[in-house]
Design a protein around this ligand. Sequence first.
Ligand code: SF4
Length: 325
Amino acid sequence: MSKKGRYNVYSDHLKNKYGEKVYKLPVNLPGGCPNRDGTVTSGGCIFCDEKGSGFQCLPNSMSIEEQVAKNKAFFTKRFKAKKFIVYFQAFTNTYWPLDIFKSFIRAASHDEDVVAISISTRPDCINDDYLDFLQKIRAEKGVDINIELGLQTVNYHTLKKINRGHTLAEFIDAVIRIKKHGFLICAHLILNLPWDDENDVIENSKIISAFEIEYVKLHSLYIVEGTKLGEMYKKGEFEVISLKDYINSVVTFLEHLHPDTVVQRLVGKGPQDKLLFSNWNTSWWYIKEQIENELEVRDTWQGKKCNYLNGKALARWRNSKNDKY
Ligand code: SF4
């Protein structure tokens, strides 16, 4: 839990796990996405710009080794960093022929200061062959493997509306396969999609908890010029909820979240360019502080309402004198 003890903070978790602060080294592949090239759908998710959510990365013309070395040198010089997670961040990093995917992962695992590899992808871009290979790499190199799955919401109708090209079923299939291979999972969710309501926020939290997913990243919706979402926004087809309502949604989400899940982010950082809307024109850091303050003010915490697992209806007898269990 954080210093305030109200939710599981990722940086604290990493320090406990690896004994010191660990830094992420973003790697940008010249890849694509089956939701943009017509394999699944064309056009992509309605919020996605052509950078594929990789706006903080180095150019993908650089080799993986160069990107890792350059980012590592930066963190080493600035923060005296010693341990690193290579983070395949932009686009859909498992959407490659298996041989090419293998070469990328091998290139990322040379450096002995790399303690983990984190691979961001879509739920419909994971299969057992790729996971079998990752198991071998873990055994050979002794690195942890984390798979980041974009889900955004569990609501079927909203997933259709945002043109995700998959539903909850593909996410469940990917989670089961990844867990069978013993890797950790981080789920990405957007908590203020305009077609979702509070029930969806709670259901998002319950699904993550029921699958004992280890990490979660919460994002707020950003709207970029040139995207379908941007066009809809300019035509007034939807409104973004207020910052106060976003903070309420995050608090509700945390209350229902399993106490062991680690929260990597409470709000996204958003891209820099061509923005129509991002984080209510304030900094992600301010929003994070407001959420933490709200937890304090309400005297609430992660897991406070996580009472729905393991046969909730039987709980009435759990401490009864007649309880034979
Ligand atoms: S899956 Fe990711 S890269 Fe592909 S269209 Fe959606 S947001 Fe963009």
